[in-house]
Design a protein around this ligand. Structure first.
Ligand code: HEC
Length: 324
């Protein structure tokens, strides 16, 4: 008996769908679920056997029932089935979707309008076009409700959400991938955790020469405005990483400390600024002005029509930064 869909095709399609579902829903570590779970192979084999036997049983039942019919009923049954097959025949279906009347049937379609010899045909709209049109109406209604009634997230909102997510990821990446820190990218860490970590690193490695309070011993005072090798987080980080001038006793710490640890101890040193410890060492080096520090006063004095003097008064920072 001819079937609309042959049994072998039905079994194959259903079986592949089951395999696909299994692969889709069973979590694996990157590989195929069938390979990773031998039990799944067995289950799929059972499913396949089940599908085949179901087909066999159904067709046997159909055959037996068919044989019990009398001749006239048999014929009616066959005719009904042929019709059904014809209805779903791919060729007929294509024709319904795309078919327009052939040109030689034009006469039948002609409308009674005739404008200077230009005639109008009453062609039916192609089915595919009609259905796309209906679909666009349904889509449009959904679109309107979502965006204009329910205040759905529009493109701008989606963009902002994704940017926020990306920024969070970058922050997370910067926090974990500490090797990204170098003298150019290092930033002052003000978080309590970082400064505390810097403090214990300092006590363990640096206090011997710079004193616990940073007042200086073998090494210079780290709490004043004067720096031999430059102040500010970048210079300090660089000094810690690369060491001081040769022969002076300050080694480079980059082999002992991680970039994050150097950033932490550098930030701790900056937090000591202005602490004025007792018995502090004399200032060494030059006064360091932070370019980013606030300019206190700017005076412009016009000397004559071609010259003027700008006086920028910028007192060295002498307040305790650690309390800010
Ligand atoms: C063995 C003694 C010694 C140890 C230990 C030591 N330093 Fe130094 N440090 C020095 C000396 C000496 C200098 C001066 C270097 C120069 O003049 O070039 C210096 C300079 C510095 C400077 C630059 C100061 C300036 O005025 O420019 C910083 C910052 C510094 N040390 C931080 C540290 C840190 C942080 C540690 C611990 C990880 C540390 N030092 C450990 C001896 C030491």
């Amino acid at each position: 008996m001819r079937h609309l869909i042959p049994a072998w095709l039905r079994v194959t399609v259903i079986f592949l769908a089951i395999v696909w579902l299994a692969e889709y829903f069973i979590e694996t570590e990157g590989g195929w679920a069938i390979v990773e779970y031998p039990l799944l192979q067995l289950a799929l084999l059972v499913a396949l056997l089940f599908l085949i036997s179901a087909e066999v049983i159904l067709s046997a039942i159909e055959n037996t029932l068919f044989k019990t019919l009398n001749a006239e009923a048999k014929e009616r049954y066959m005719r009904a089935r042929e019709e059904r097959i014809k209805k779903y025949d791919p060729g007929a279906w294509m024709k319904r979707m795309f078919g327009s009347r052939p040109a030689k049937e034009e006469q039948a379609l002609e409308l009674d309008h005739n404008y200077d010899g230009i005639k109008e045909l009453d062609n039916k709209l192609p089915t595919w076009w009609l259905y796309s049109f209906y679909a666009s109406i349904i889509f449009g209604a959904g679109y309107m409700v979502y965006y204009h009634v329910l205040d759905g997230v529009d493109q701008q909102g989606e963009y902002e959400m994704e940017m926020a997510e990306a920024r969070a990821q970058i922050e997370e990446y910067k926090r974990t991938a500490t090797d990204l820190i170098d003298a150019n990218t290092v930033q002052l860490l003000t978080g309590e955790q970082d400064v505390d970590a810097g403090k214990s690193l300092y006590a363990a490695n640096c206090a011997a020469c710079h004193k616990v309070d940073g007042g200086g011993g073998i090494g210079p005072n780290l709490t004043d405005d004067y720096w031999i090798l430059g102040g500010g987080i970048k210079n300090i980080f660089n000094t810690i990483s690369e060491g001081g001038r040769s022969g002076k006793g300050m080694i480079g710490w980059k082999t002992d400390l991680s970039p994050l640890e150097m950033a932490q101890v550098a930030s701790y040193i900056i937090s000591l600024h202005g602490a004025n410890p007792v018995d502090a060492k004399e200032p060494e080096g030059e006064i360091w002005l932070d370019e980013d520090a606030m300019v206190d006063d700017v005076n412009v004095r016009v000397i004559d029509s071609t010259e003027m003097e700008i006086i920028i008064e910028d007192d060295p920072v002498d307040m305790d930064l650690s309390t800010h």
